[in-house]
Design a protein around this ligand. Structure first.
Ligand code: GBH
Length: 493
């Protein structure tokens, strides 16, 4: 096995109780889309609609982790993880989703067995309630999150069922994964489920200038109600923690000597991250820059809602992948703009690239921006950070031809990515930024939403052409195991 070399100046930089592992999402890995009583989610519908997914694939089988979870947990243990972040499929637990609809015991049973298996192997479960898969029945009944009065009681009940049935063993809860991506991709760009936008060549219905902000408001409020339920009814006995996970990349001025670009980069940061994070951790309200551009298209919090949302999340769940250069625009903002009236680019004024390419157009290796982002979040919100996703694709992995079950895919691009990003985590931590976890995205290759099987983010290569979905380690899985053995205080390297 390859020997990795580590920088001694960051040895032991992370605290002994630091948690690390991989993150996944139910629709991307489980398969078993209609098995054992599961109801449909909007991603089942999306995958079965022609021309929505790049390679024409769907989430019917994906990596079959529903069937293969025991071997997956055994593999994770070999990879040396201390924790595993996964999401629950709402429509597997409550097939029709609503507050008066029946619970599917077989759905509960699956997650219960998975949790037991993890704990038996010494792996701490981090459980996300919602990773984008709204029950289709709720979308049909009242338009899902567009109707907060109807949606919130349904989400509350779903959350309560999860706390009741799984909270004896789950101590780390995440309400939403990336509420911003759910609403921007699903209601502004219209390229994700539920596929709504103003663009009639792409979507039959929707309004990109209003719906994304309405849905975001519903997400914040329903998160806050679920967190209140947890804290009041369950936390006293169960003693767990509840948070939300936000997405966000780093926005760097295109010309750092132009005050308008500096301001534009900050505004982009606010549109992307502070949209959710200011109401949750800072002010209980949306940023002034968003109000100035969006006016009444941005909903308002009542004083009571504001108090409910502020402080509702007990830690900062952070997903981030890359960085962009942003430049101010002199023109008036477009009605469908949600980025803060900026121009985004891959190079800055001096022709410097934001990072080397992966196999995914938006994703470049940009550790310099990631380091700045960690400090920006810490400075602005002063809340302990749980890194809940970070990772990359690498070119050329579709062609891997394993020679035997123990063959390992060599992925130096991913190793370099993880090495550079984790070195920034270590340095920030040494400076006093409080970081409690790191989850690589993702455990196995999976169904990457509208990109289908064309993006391989896994630490494990999956042969999707084989109905058994056999798995093969990538070298980066062993790299991460050894690197965390170096970074975590008292570790073995
Ligand atoms: C995360 O989202 C998700 O939580 C996870 O499920 C997903 O598999 C993973 O990252 C990898 O993508 O094509 O230029 O319009 C990441 C946030 C936001 C990244 C939308 C891709 C589209 C950029 N995503 N973005 S573009």
């Amino acid at each position: 096995m390859a020997q990795f070399e580590f920088d001694s100046s960051i040895k032991g930089a992370l605290p002994a109780d630091f948690q690390w592992g991989y993150a996944t999402a139910a629709p991307q890995i489980e398969g078993a889309w209609n098995k054992d009583g599961k109801g449909l989610s909007i991603w089942d519908t999306f995958g079965h609609t022609p021309d929505k997914v790049k390679d024409g694939s769907n989430a019917d089988d994906t990596a079959r982790s529903y069937d293969l979870y025991k071997q997956d947990v055994a593999r994770m243990k070999r990879y040396g993880v201390t924790a595993y972040r996964f999401s629950l499929s709402w429509s597997r637990i409550i097939p029709l989703g609503g507050k008066d609809d029946p619970v599917n015991e077989q759905g509960i049973e699956f997650y219960s067995k998975l949790i037991d298996e993890l704990i038996a192997n010494g792996i701490t479960p981090f459980v996300t309630l919602f990773h984008w898969d709204t029950p289709q029945a709720l979308e049909d009944r009242y338009g899902g999150m567009l109707d907060k009065e109807k949606y919130i009681p349904d989400f509350n009940r779903y959350a309560r069922v999860c706390f009741e049935r799984l909270g004896d063993r789950v101590k780390q809860w995440i309400t939403y994964n990336e509420p911003g991506v759910y609403t921007l991709a699903g209601y502004a760009a219209g390229v994700h489920a539920p596929a709504r936008s103003s663009f009639r060549d792409l979507n039959e219905e929707g309004d990109s200038s209003t719906e994304p902000f309405i849905v975001a408001h519903t997400e914040l409020l329903s998160h806050a109600y679920a967190a209140k339920i947890y804290k009041e009814e369950f936390k006293p006995q169960q003693k767990g923690t509840i948070m939300i996970t936000l997405h966000g990349n780093w926005n760097e001025p295109w010309d750092e000597s132009d005050p308008k670009d500096v301001e534009a980069a900050q505004r982009a940061q606010e549109f992307e991250i502070a949209w959710f994070a200011d109401p949750l951790y800072k002010t209980g309200d949306y940023p002034a820059s968003m109000r100035a551009q969006l006016g009444d298209r941005l909903p308002r919090f009542t004083p009571e809602e504001s108090r409910l949302v502020l402080g509702s999340s007990e830690a900062y769940g952070m997903n981030s992948y890359t960085a962009f250069y942003v430049r101010h625009r002199d023109a008036e903002p477009d009605i469908n703009d949600h980025k803060g009236n900026v121009e985004v680019s891959d190079t800055n004024k001096h022709g410097v690239e934001r990072g080397i390419e992966s196999d995914t157009p938006w994703l470049r290796t940009s550790p310099w921006g990631w380091g700045k982002l960690l400090r920006w979040i810490w400075d602005r919100y002063q809340t302990p950070i749980f890194i809940t996703e970070n990772g990359t694709t690498a070119k050329g992995e579709h062609d891997f031809k394993p020679k035997g079950p123990d063959d390992v895919l060599e992925d130096p691009h991913r190793i370099d990515f993880y090495k550079s990003y984790l070195s920034e985590v270590a340095k920030a931590s040494q400076e006093g930024v409080v970081i409690k976890s790191y989850f690589g995205w993702t455990f196995t290759d999976n169904w990457e939403w509208a990109a289908g099987f064309t993006d391989r983010f896994g630490a494990t290569w999956v042969d999707f052409d084989d109905p058994e979905k056999p798995r093969y380690a990538k070298r980066s899985a062993y790299f991460l195991r050894d690197f965390f053995g170096h970074l975590i205080k008292g570790g073995t390297n």
